[in-house]
Design a protein around this ligand. Sequence first.
Ligand code: ATP
Length: 199
Amino acid sequence: MYLSRIEMTGFKSFADKTVIEFDKGITAVVGPNGSGKSNLSEAIRWVLGEQSAKSLRGSKMEDVIFNGTQQRKAVNLAKVTIVLNNEDRYLDYDFSEISIARSYNRNGESHYSINNESCRLKDIVDLLLDSGLGKNNFSMISQGKVENIFLNKPEERRAIFEEAAGVQKYQMRKLEAERKLNKSADHLSRVKDIIHELS
Ligand code: ATP
């Protein structure tokens, strides 16, 4: 699996639709200061589900939308689509190409899709769980993150290894199952109360 394409429209400094194709192997993105290299990596993290505006160097999510320059008016919508080549079926999704899209407008409305089908953020998170591509992934090491890994609390550091080892998926399923079990226990106790009242 590898990232084969990204399309950005209205995302940060990419006002016009910008398409970048990637080949297998190593790609280096070079450019002068302020040309948008970090914005490109943030676009990838954003479409993969990043919810923290702060970690995208903004104060609110609206800051990801192109906010105009002296020459150009601001736009109202940011949209990013990435295409993952999944010929090796690394992701558990039976398609050779998977496109994941996210958009956000100034009214605060978000939209997510996988292969052009609308979906919830949770569907994207589930698809990427344990793949190393999740929002707290280990495949995107941004500036300062290496230091953070060393400075993290042991539990936070362990989470990075757990994602790499592929156990997070099972932990999340365990938590979900425990939640359902607790709910069922509550219902059961309520039913017992009713039976007691009736008898
Ligand atoms: P450096 O090499 O200095 O790290 P860079 O190539 O990583 O630079 P970025 O930090 O990605 O550059 O881009 C910064 C530019 O993006 C700035 O000019 C900033 O004004 C612009 N920018 C950021 N957010 C927006 C936005 N919402 N609308 C318009 N432009 C934006």
